[in-house]
Write a protein that binds this ligand. Structure first.
Ligand SMILES: [Fe+2]
Ligand SMILES: [Fe+2]
Length: 151
């Protein structure tokens, strides 16, 4: 999936996160993330867990600032995804021989892109251009989601 300005929700820090996520997904697909060694998988999942945690709190904070009525199902979707990636990360850390299924990345990539294009866009009507939403979103650090150096 290419970045498309139609996906912007009108809160710069959120849109920046989304562009970073779309780039991260395509970089990992290009790098053949499916066959990463264990150490690299741990690195990727650490980075993903940290990044989405900040990103999701940023979105929730912006939606809260605008009393967006779709907040609860959106928050629930975030929570379910975080539970899944925490679980995978935990399994990776627990067991160096953990068999990593290709489907896991398929699921994660697909979830992220579908969420941005179908769920996140829904908040735009409420948060776009809202000073309160922009300020609430800016309270969270703008981090970079890391891609392992190609080797
Ligand atoms: Fe998002
Ligand atoms: Fe979201």
């Amino acid at each position: 999936m290419q970045w498309d300005d139609a996906l912007e929700v009108g809160v710069p820090s959120i849109d920046e996160d989304h562009r970073n996520i779309v780039t991260w997904v395509s970089d990992l697909q290009e790098m053949g993330a499916y066959s990463f060694p264990h150490k690299t998988l741990v690195y990727v999942f650490d980075s993903l867990v940290d990044y989405v945690s900040i990103h999701f709190r940023r979105e929730e904070s912006a939606m809260t600032a605008c009393s967006f009525d779709g907040l609860e199902p959106h928050r629930k979707a975030h929570e379910e995804f975080e539970q899944i990636i925490h679980k995978v990360r935990h399994q990776l850390l627990e067991n160096a021989d953990f068999i990593f299924e290709n489907e896991t990345f398929e699921f994660i990539f697909d979830w992220l892109l579908t969420h941005i294009s179908q769920v996140d866009v829904l908040m735009a009507s409420s948060v776009r251009g809202s000073k309160a939403a922009i300020e609430a979103a800016d309270k969270f650090p703008r981090a970079a989601i890391k891609t392992p150096a190609s080797s």
